[in-house]
Design a binder for this molecule. Structure first.
Ligand SMILES: NC(=O)c1ccc[n+]([C@@H]2O[C@H](COP(=O)([O-])OP(=O)(O)OC[C@H]3O[C@@H](n4cnc5c(N)ncnc54)[C@H](O)[C@@H]3O)[C@@H](O)[C@H]2O)c1
Length: 429
């Protein structure tokens, strides 16, 4: 099949490369000349494990083409996917300006029969709006069916999530579009859920918000565990063993971040509000998430007394391991609060140093975990990179000024570190 993706971010580029690898002819449309020129040479503008190799392989096989132009890609395609960003506006709604703009361009360039589908996460009602734009813009003779095909991949494991998803949701009532999209997704072999537009749109927000809710629940249990001297990790392990609950997304820490959960929770609250429903459960999820960041800072203040002038080393900046994505990363809030208190911060992240510099321009970036420890009064772990699991604490001990550690991701053994003389503070333990 010939298909086009508009947008080459985590969703657009990963899905495009995977579908090319299945043998389809795939066009990717971007809007930045420099990035498209780079992509043509196999340069991926962000870090995602295995993606550069997959992109290069499919460029060499002539199955993956990058372009700035809608013509002839859209006209030649059987299906066109919209995979551009939908960041939050100031009021928490999803900013749909790019989706709508892109829809106009697609519409103008349609030829023959085409299925146009949104992969971007968009509020209920958007797909009907996009369909109207396409119908208005399409040249005479062009015919479209429209679908919402929300994406569930996770950064860091995006290729595996795309080739082996838990489900594929296809939101369209057109039988012809359903057949085409089912055929396209056949090599994936995942269960397929057929819905209308609105259901598909809501599934995406409802599932991300539920995962965010699980994380906030874990943080609430962690807070309570600290108060009653229970071990939150055991409590959460205990509840996660119940198959009805499951053990994933039940790790306490500095809260959820990234480009999806914070914006999708906000957007679902906003969708509910527009429909006269106060989704206060999700407002509380957000409040607990903010509190989780403040709790890390509170623990730093407790360990150090006055934070002013103290040197704090931060291990991990990205919002989660195996990505360089800094959007809404807990590190930004935690470090900003500590800097407001007058702390000097040095930090190390295996991949996110460059992307962190925009949000955190006034900290020192060092090249490895041991340099972070040099002269530090406190170490704080904010991302659970595997690189941090096996560090030599004898060496860390020699370099630190005071042996304080806040293990914001609970990756170390408290007993072992305490036996070595560290003041160890975890989350909920
Ligand atoms: N990142 C994730 O883990 C993830 C997972 C599932 C769903 N989503 C959703 O998918 C959508 C895309 O997310 P993402 O993380 O890939 O975003 P991203 O910010 O990584 O990428 C957005 C892409 O859109 C392109 N773009 C912006 N304006 C454009 C224009 N006018 N014309 C053409 N291209 C344009 C950008 O160049 C970029 O390639 C969002 O709605 C997001 O919520 C993201």
């Amino acid at each position: 099949m010939k298909i086009t993706f508009v947008g080459h971010g985590y969703v657009g580029l990963v899905t495009a490369a995977v579908f090319a690898d299945f043998g389809n002819q795939v066009f990717v449309i971007g809007h930045t000349k420099k990035k498209i020129e780079g992509l043509r040479r196999g340069i991926v503008p962000f870090y995602e494990p295995g993606l550069s190799e997959l992109v290069k392989k499919n460029i060499d096989a002539k199955r993956l083409t990058f372009t700035l132009d809608y013509a002839p890609a859209v006209a030649e395609s059987d299906a066109v996917f919209i995979a551009v960003g939908t960041p939050p506006t100031k009021t928490g709604d999803a900013d749909l300006s790019t989706v709508l703009q892109v829809a106009e361009q697609i519409g103008k360039n349609l030829e023959g029969y085409t299925v146009v589908a949104t992969k971007s996460t968009v509020p209920t009602g958007t797909n009907k709006k996009v369909q109207r734009i396409l119908e208005e813009m399409k040249p005479a003779g062009a015919e479209i069916d429209y679908a919402s095909v929300p994406e569930f991949l996770r950064e860091g494991t995006a290729i595996a999530d795309t080739t082996n998803p838990d489900r594929v949701v296809i939101g369209t009532e057109s039988k012809r579009a359903q057949e085409l999209l089912i055929k396209l997704h056949e090599p994936i072999g995942a269960p397929i859920l057929l819905t209308n537009f609105e259901t598909a749109e809501l599934i995406k927000y409802a599932s991300n918000s539920f995962l965010a809710l699980k994380i906030s629940y874990a943080n609430a249990i962690a807070k309570l565990s600290e108060a009653v001297e229970a071990d939150a990790l055991k409590v959460l392990e205990g509840i996660g063993m119940d198959k009805r609950i499951g053990n994933m997304f039940l790790s306490p820490g500095p809260g959820y971040g990234g480009s999806c959960f914070p914006k999708d929770v906000k957007a679902l609250i906003s969708i509910a509000k527009d429909n006269d429903y106060a989704f206060s459960l999700l407002s509380e999820v957000e409040a607990i998430n903010h509190q989780a960041r403040r709790d890390i800072v509170r623990k730093a203040r407790k360990l150090l007394g006055d934070v002013r002038g103290k040197k704090i080393g931060v291990l991990g900046l990205a919002f989660k391991p195996n990505t360089d994505d800094m959007r809404e990363a807990p590190s930004i809030d935690v470090i900003s609060m500590l800097m407001n208190d007058g702390a000097n911060i040095s930090a190390f992240d295996p991949k996110a140093t460059e992307s962190a510099k925009e949000a955190l321009p006034n900290i020192s970036y060092v090249d490895n975990v041991y340099e972070v420890a040099n002269g530090a009064d406190l170490l704080i772990v904010l991302t659970e990179w595997s690189d941090f699991m096996e560090i030599n604490f004898e060496e860390i001990k020699k370099r630190m000024k005071a042996l304080n550690i806040i293990d914001g991701r609970n990756i170390y053994d408290p007993e072992k570190l305490r036996a070595m003389g560290f003041n160890y503070v975890g989350v909920g333990r």
